[in-house]
Design a protein around this ligand. Structure first.
Ligand code: HEM
Length: 409
């Protein structure tokens, strides 16, 4: 492969073309061997052959297998048995630690991350049940998260090197011990020593029970798949929660009449998807044509040619002239949903969207993002006037810290 510069890659940027490419059978996920951005090649080293990088029937099969991780009862249990109790524990601890000025302080990024890491550990099947393991896991996560987003890091090579080193530590300290425990558990269940109900609905179980699928790749695929889930789930949601709080608080300064809606789940849900649309976590994705194709705009893409699919530009295009502003009261767009392409579309649409956003009122779930925002707003969350938030060294805006005060505690 020849990695090419950003400028040399053809870009698809209107809503119609982007939507077409994402849903077309004539395009596949861009592969490291295609003439695409070097970041994709580097990213392949850390999450290669994972569901997001898989193509064709292999991808379809992987999606089908992994959809069981997002069964509604599992998601309801995450929200009620993990997210809410964990938030309550964190708030109680912050309250107990209030400073000499009696103000309760916390950090929105750290809180979101702690809660979401626990969900993710459960989803993957790794053990973070002691405070020491949890701390270590968080430390590795932050470094792994940076490494796996090589494309969005200012220094890609340094980020990748660090990412691979941390992935090894994650493998040795968390993934492999969990893998062995799962193997023992499944053997015990098979032999009738333990009941089937002891088997968790997690990624490691799923991979062990579907080896004929995963054996198409080298042994490292299991760790790379788990790495993808670790970084795709927590980092993105944490980023979006911080950005949403930031932009929503600014909206409320100019719309004080909405202040009471800070704890209203419908308003928060609208604010969150609007913020996701505006900030677009993954700005663009790569796709390669599997045959000559003419897009709705008339642009011709030749077989084997990769294109940059600009989700962020398509989002702007569909909303029109007010696209750059945040408006939680925005009407539904004429096409697509209010989150725009924040979660992409077509075969690779984010598998975790339903976990983050909830799935409507039928199961009484708000989704992880609104649950976190609402709980913290109920505790009186406001930006801490005494300390400024800080940003990460990424090419897209991402808070490293967001100090808050909890005025209701
Ligand atoms: C606000 C939070 C999130 C955002 C904005 C987001 C965004 C995205 C986007 C844009 C893609 C599509 C990439 C492409 O088209 O090539 C994607 C894929 C994916 N996401 Fe998310 N994501 C979020 C949360 C999550 C969570 C919580 C999980 C897991 C629990 C998750 C797991 C995945 C996986 C596994 C894929 C690959 C799917 C495939 O290729 O078939 N994401 N995400």
């Amino acid at each position: 492969m020849t990695a090419v510069s950003e400028d040399a890659i053809h870009e698809v940027s209107t809503w119609e073309d982007v939507h077409f490419v994402l849903r077309s059978r004539s395009f596949e996920q861009v592969a490291p061997e295609d003439d695409y951005h070097e970041g994709t090649v580097l990213q392949g080293k850390i999450i290669g052959d994972s569901v997001v990088m898989a193509r064709g029937p292999a991808h379809l099969e992987r999606r089908r297998l992994e959809s069981v991780l997002f069964r509604i009862p599992t998601l309801v249990a995450y929200e009620n048995e993990l997210v809410k109790p964990r938030l309550a524990t964190i708030l109680a601890r912050l309250e107990a630690d209030r400073g000499a000025d009696r103000v309760v302080r916390g950090d929105l990024v750290a809180i979101s991350q702690a809660v979401l890491l626990e969900v993710m550990a459960k989803l993957v099947g790794v053990d973070v049940s002691t405070p020491e393991r949890e701390d270590r896991f968080r430390e590795l996560f932050v470094r792994l998260d940076d490494g796996s987003r090589v494309r969005h890091m200012v220094d890609m090579h340094k980020a990748l090197e660090e990412g691979l080193a941390v992935q090894k530590l994650f493998g040795d300290e968390f993934f492999r011990p969990a893998w062995e425990e799962h193997e023992q558990l499944l053997a015990d269940v098979e032999a009738g020593r333990r009941p089937e109900t002891d088997v968790p609905n997690d990624l490691i179980t799923l991979m062990q029970r579907n080896r004929e699928h995963f054996e198409q790749w080298d042994e490292g695929v299991y760790l790379r798949e788990a790495t993808l889930y670790v970084v795709a789930s927590t980092g993105t949601t944490t980023r979006e929660i911080g950005l949403c709080f930031d932009v929503l608080e600014r909206w409320l300064e100019s719309h004080p009449e909405d202040a009471e809606l800070r704890t209203d789940p419908d308003f928060l849900a609208a604010a969150f998807v609007e913020s996701c649309r505006l900030h677009q976590s993954i700005q663009d994705v790569g796709r390669t044509a599997t045959e000559d194709v003419t897009l709705p705009s008339g642009m011709v893409v030749r077989k084997g040619q990769p294109v940059r699919v600009s989700l962020v530009k398509a989002n702007r295009d569909v909303v029109g002239s007010s696209a750059e502003s945040f408006d939680p009261r925005r009407a539904d767009p004429a096409v697509g949903d209010r989150a725009g392409l924040a979660f992409s579309d077509g075969r690779h649409q984010c598998i975790g969207k339903i976990l983050v956003l909830g799935s409507g009122n039928d199961d009484n779930r708000l989704g992880t993002a609104v649950t976190i925002l609402q709980t913290l707003y109920e505790a009186g969350m406001r930006a801490d006037p005494s300390t400024q938030p800080t940003l990460k060294a990424t090419t897209t805006k991402r808070f490293a810290t967001y100090p808050i005060v909890l005025t209701g505690l």
